[in-house]
Design a protein around this ligand. Structure first.
Ligand code: PEP
Length: 254
């Protein structure tokens, strides 16, 4: 069985480099003790080098939250390319997050970034999810369209390198996570769409994370009932004690 993957999206936190280093130190301390779990910490890019382990830490990887749609180098003020991320030893990149989509990132841009990341050998964590959920299931078609558009033009050979984070937007930053049985149902739907785009086998083997108000209290149920392959975590990822507890909890469920 493959390991559970827990990606911590620090967003625009913490405020200072010294706080970032303290948080990273605590995660570096717990990661080697995990048996069945890989952890990714995705600090703001400004803090990436300060947080990066000096030498490889077992079960721990560095992630980024942003990359340019442009590749190579050039006159693109404020942008950062995948090759630059690669040279910082960044192994995962969060793409298509609803907070980036709300700021103008389209699915066409996401698919271009996905391709750039895959070609550079960085694992993309593709965020998808409905804005609202209704009883009659009318959110399913837009969800399917979002997945298809975000993966447009990605060669089949890359299917196994892609991580999908199913994040219902209404559950992000909320009081409660989605119910684990609903997570299970929707993750099956996401796998089916993934299978239609790539191959049935790719659908079965797809790595699906859940994101949206995950914490150390609800994590065990979401893994065991929701049957996801891990989490994309926002708030709890910058709460050192909570995130360490979350990693330990997940590790003991499997
Ligand atoms: C997120 O923004 O990806 C997220 C899951 O946030 P939170 O865990 O705070 O809901």
């Amino acid at each position: 069985m493959s390991k559970i993957l827990v990606v911590g999206n620090w967003k625009m936190n913490p405020a200072t480099i010294s706080e970032a280093k303290i948080l990273a130190k605590k995660i570096k301390a717990v990661a080697p003790r995990l048996q069945n779990t890989d952890a990714v910490m995705a600090p703001p890019l400004a803090f990436a080098s300060a947080c990066a382990p000096q030498k490889p830490v077992k079960n721990l990887y560095l992630g980024a939250q942003f990359v340019s749609v442009e590749s190579g180098v050039g006159p693109f003020t404020g942008e950062v390319s995948v090759d630059m991320l690669k040279s910082l030893n960044i192994q995962y990149i969060i793409l298509g997050h609803s907070e980036q989509r709300a700021r103008g990132e389209t699915s066409a841009m996401v698919s271009k970034k996905m391709k750039n990341a895959l070609e550079a050998g960085i694992t993309p964590v593709l965020c998808v999810g409905e804005m609202n959920r209704d009883q009659d299931g009318s959110y399913l078609e837009p969800l399917k369209a979002q997945i298809k558009e975000s993966l447009e033009g990605i060669p089949k050979k890359y299917a196994k390198e892609i991580v999908i984070a199913y994040e219902p937007v209404w559950a992000i930053g909320a009081k409660e996570a989605m119910m684990p049985d609903q997570i299970y149902e929707t993750s099956l739907f996401v796998k089916k769409v993934f299978a239609d785009i790539f191959t049935p086998d790719a659908g079965v083997k797809a790595t699906i994370l859940y994101g949206g108000s995950v914490n150390f209290r609800n994590a065990a149920d979401i893994i065991s009932i929701g049957k996801v392959d891990g989490f994309l975590v926002g708030r709890e990822s910058v709460n050192a004690a909570g995130f360490v507890e979350l990693l330990k909890t997940v590790d003991s469920v499997v």
